[in-house]
Design a protein around this ligand. Structure first.
Ligand SMILES: [Zn+2]
Length: 302
């Protein structure tokens, strides 16, 4: 089987560098250049094969999560493996924290050109989601289980979109790292607006469960939808009804080339948001029907 057609890492970095230096050429704002340059440096540092933070001496095992050693790990070996070897190091941009190059890439894209006028799932949002998943793979060497794209339709202007992925690029072997995976999961959860969750008795340990994904152990905030949700479904706003989304499984990203047929590996791997994300969408008064996996498939060849 041939490999997906995706640019090698140096080409991806070249593209991002041109865009960071001159955002207006790519549909962004000139004023964003310094911040985009910082984001790009963080992406480079966290990427394989030898980004400065990815492969930092003393922070083994190497991985694509911004981290620092947890001093308690060495001071209190008796507490292992219930504590984590690492702490998260947060990079804050426009008021939100990031520690994964994949989520930073999603942020980077969102500051460039919005979706073309008249963009549809087939012409833009789904191909973009697949492209994002492939670029993310180039950054961290693993495919995320899920990728998500959300977009907000505006009355007069192009749709804003935001891409995200489920947790990927970490190494949380328990004997080596203790409960590091839990720390990452909690950090993602902690980005959610906790007041609205609290009012409904949802928490990190108690998230909405249902028949959709009975086996997955992903707590609230650990799905691909997290950052798209944080950026586009904010507050309780009438315009949240104009937010749409699509979720694409790993299998839809790994396919050798993009294929728009309904029987192809892309359309066969779109899916509804999980029960937790449905609840989050509901809390923000979004419209679940806007996230129906085949809502945008009209006209696709069989
Ligand atoms: Zn979910």
């Amino acid at each position: 089987m041939s490999q997906p057609t995706v640019p090698p890492l140096p080409q991806i970095f070249n593209f991002l560098q041109l865009a960071a230096q001159n955002p207006t050429q790519y549909g962004g704002n000139a004023a964003d250049a310094p911040e985009l340059t910082r984001i790009l440096q963080e992406i480079r540092d966290l990427s394989i094969p030898n980004g400065a933070q990815h492969s930092a001496q003393g922070l083994e095992p190497y991985q694509s999560i911004a981290r620092a050693n947890n001093p308690t790990w060495n001071a209190r070996p008796d507490l292992r493996p219930k504590i984590s070897k690492f702490r998260i190091v947060k990079h804050t941009h426009w008021g939100k924290a990031y520690w994964s190059p994949v989520d930073l890439l999603g942020l980077f894209f969102s500051r460039l050109e919005p979706a073309p006028l008249g963009a549809t799932v087939r012409t833009f949002f789904l191909p973009m989601t697949a492209l994002f998943g492939r670029w993310a793979f180039q950054l961290v060497g693993h495919y995320a289980g899920m990728q998500s794209c959300m977009w907000k339709i505006q009355d007069n202007g192009p749709a804003q979109f935001f891409l995200g992925a489920s947790i990927v690029g970490y190494d949380a072997d328990i004997p080596t790292c203790g409960n590091w995976r839990r720390v990452i999961q909690k950090a993602r959860y902690s980005l959610l607006p906790n007041e609205s969750l609290f009012l409904r008795d949802w928490s990190f340990a108690n998230s909405p469960h249902g028949p959709i994904h009975p086996k997955d152990d992903y707590p609230l905030g650990n799905c691909a939808e997290l950052y798209p949700y944080l950026h586009l479904l904010r507050g309780v706003d009438e315009s949240n009804k104009n937010v749409y989304g699509i979720a694409l499984k790993k299998k839809g990203v790994r396919s050798p080339s993009y294929n728009d047929t309904l029987q192809g590996s892309v359309w066969q791997n779109v899916q509804w948001p999980c029960v937790k994300c449905r609840e989050l969408i509901h809390i923000q008064e979004g419209v679940l029907a806007n996230f129906a996996p085949y809502a945008g498939s009209k006209g696709a060849p069989p």
